[in-house]
Design a protein around this ligand. Structure first.
Ligand code: GLY
Ligand code: MN
Ligand code: MN
Length: 357
């Protein structure tokens, strides 16, 4: 499996004998396992999958090429199990994912495995996940298509009097009904003045005439996610609402136009942000332009003014500028896009002209 071979190469070049994986998305990427609460050790010779009795049968079915090792009663404890794998494969310097290891686990493992040096590492697997293969792209493409279909249908449900939570529930149902394994992440529904909250949690607020409604949602297919936002309006927009919407729409287009392989991640951000700033709303766009999407909803590259990552063919990223005006409302428009040699393919295809219900 080329993913494991690439990881082993990276381990060698950084001077590690092996790596302990604890992050679910990295474990899934490397082993195919779709469950939880498990550990993987990979080295030149080790393909060890460590789990407990709840998951051993599943792991044996899913993790081709891995030795599935059961820990917990009556088998050995976690630290003895990891120690056993390391001794068998001559692993003395064991890398771990620094952004996932808890202090509790670190203390337990370092106290219980005195002969092994635990070394923090970052991005070893994520660096391989950065560029998606065709199969991963097809999963995200399907997740985007399902989200588009669900959006199209939820529009028939949205009207004055339904609450944000009602819309969230309906959208969740539609995403699953149209074939997703799950929603891509917790759905955001923010209406009226609440649309100034970029990551609002759906509330009992009922839709009123004149409300902007920001819907931020996605689908999950085989673990891969899509991510899209549309802001719509119920009732006729005011001139100010039209002005803000048009600025965000043009900024989103500017961001997308600036994307192609070889470009630094800060460039599309500058492009969209520059447009919003020139229109006088720079202070109302506080977050980065977008982020990678895949097995995690937020992954590299994180596109902001300071992003140094170079975009590559096969990156899947979001483009999501917004303007948020406290006590008034806000607009965000977001696509998931595939980076190509000379530009992008937009995977989320829902219309971006203002939808008036
Ligand atoms: N739903 C979170 C985001 O768009 O990043
Ligand atoms: Mn989103
Ligand atoms: Mn996003």
């Amino acid at each position: 499996m080329y993913r494991i071979e690439k990881l082993v190469e990276r381990l060698k070049s950084e001077g590690f004998d092996g790596i302990l994986l604890i992050k679910d998305s990295n474990i899934r990427y490397m082993s195919g396992y779709t469950g939880a609460d498990s550990y993987v050790i990979i080295s030149e010779t080790a393909r060890a999958f460590i789990t407990d009795s709840r998951y051993t049968e599943q792991a044996e079915a899913e993790c081709t090429g891995f030795e599935v090792i059961k820990w917990r009663h009556p088998a050995a404890g976690l630290e003895e199990t990891i120690q056993g794998v390391c001794s068998k494969h001559g692993i003395k310097k064991l890398a771990f994912e620094r952004d996932k290891m808890t202090y509790d686990l670190f203390e337990r493992l370092s106290n219980g495995m005195k002969s092994i040096e635990l070394i923090p590492s970052s991005g070893l697997v994520e660096g391989i996940r950065y560029v998606k293969c065709q199969e991963e792209i097809e999963n995200i493409r399907r997740a985007a298509e399902i989200a588009d279909n669900a959006f199209d249908e939820v529009l028939k449900y949205i009207r004055v009097g339904v609450s944000e939570k009602d819309i969230e529930r309906e959208l969740q149902y539609l995403i699953k009904k149209k074939g997703a394994d799950d929603i891509g992440f917790p759905i955001i529904v923010a209406s009226g003045k609440r649309s100034s909250l970029p990551h609002a949690i759906p509330s009992d607020k009922r839709i009123e005439s004149g409300d902007f409604i920001t819907l931020d949602f996605g689908a999950m297919v085989n673990g891969y996610r899509s991510d899209m936002t549309r802001t719509i309006i119920v009732g006729e927009p005011t001139d100010k609402q039209k002005e803000i919407y048009d600025i965000v729409k043009a900024a989103q287009a500017a961001g997308e136009q600036a994307i192609k392989a070889g470009v630094q991640g800060s460039v599309p951000d500058d492009s969209a942000r520059g447009y919003i700033s020139q229109a006088g709303y720079g202070d109302n766009f506080g977050h980065g332009l977008g982020h990678g999407v895949g097995l995690d909803i937020h992954e590299e590259p994180f596109m902001s003014t300071r992003c140094e990552k170079i975009l590559q063919i096969g990156n899947v990223i979001t483009v999501e500028p917004g303007i948020y005006i406290p006590d008034w409302g806000g607009v965000r428009i977001e696509d998931t896009v595939l980076v190509k040699e000379d530009g992008i393919e937009i995977l989320t295809k829902s219309p971006k002209d203002l939808i008036i219900l």
